[in-house]
Design a protein around this ligand. Sequence first.
Ligand code: SAH
Length: 187
Amino acid sequence: MTNKEKIINYYHNLDRGQFMDNFKEQAHIDAPFPIGFGQTISQPSLVLKMTILLDVDENSRALEVGTGSGFQTALLAKASKYVYTVERIEKLHLSAKERLTQMSYTNISYKLGDGSLGWEEHAPYDRIMVTASAPKLPDALVAQLAANGKMVIPVGTDLMLITKNKNNQITKEAVANVRFVSLIKDH
Ligand code: SAH
C-alpha cells in the first residue's frame, strides 16, 4: 500500500461524529461545523487533502497547531509515529485530550498555548500541520521544521506547502485556495 492509500484508509475508518458534540447527525456532510468559541471542525475532504499533502508516514514526528475537535489530530496520530498538538482555547484543548484519550490514542501530547510559537521543547518536527489561517508564515514554525521536513499551513486564503531540503533551504508553494478560522497570536 502506498502512503497515500494508508492515509485514505485511516480517514475512512474515522467516525467524524465522535468528534462533534453538536450537529452529530450531519457529521457525514462535507462541510465545517461550529465547535464553540467561534471555531469549527474542518471540512473532512480538506483534512484528508492536507494530510496527504503533508505526506506523514509511520516515522513522522508531527506538530499540529490548532487541535480544535481533535479530528485532524486523530488522523495524524494514525498515520504518524507521534503527534504534538497545541491549542490556545483551554476548553477545546481539554475536551480533545479527553476524547482522544478515551479513544485509546497513546501517541499524542497536548499543549495549551499559542501554537504560532510552535512547541520548542520537542522540535525539530518532520511534519507541521497548521489548521488556522496565519496572516504570514510564522518564523518559529519554520525554525522548528526539521531538514527534509514539510509544513502545510493556510496563509491568508492560500494553502501553502513549505518544504525544507537537507541543506535547510526553504521552498514555498501555494497549492489551493482555502478559508480557515484565524490563527490568533497571544502576544
Ligand atoms: N483541526 C481542527 C480545526 C479547528 S479550527 C478541527 O478540525 O477540529 C482551528 C483551531 O485553531 C481552533 O480550535 C483555534 O482555537 C485554534 N487556534 C487558533 N489560533 C491558535 C494558536 N495561535 N495556537 C493554537 N491554536 C490556535
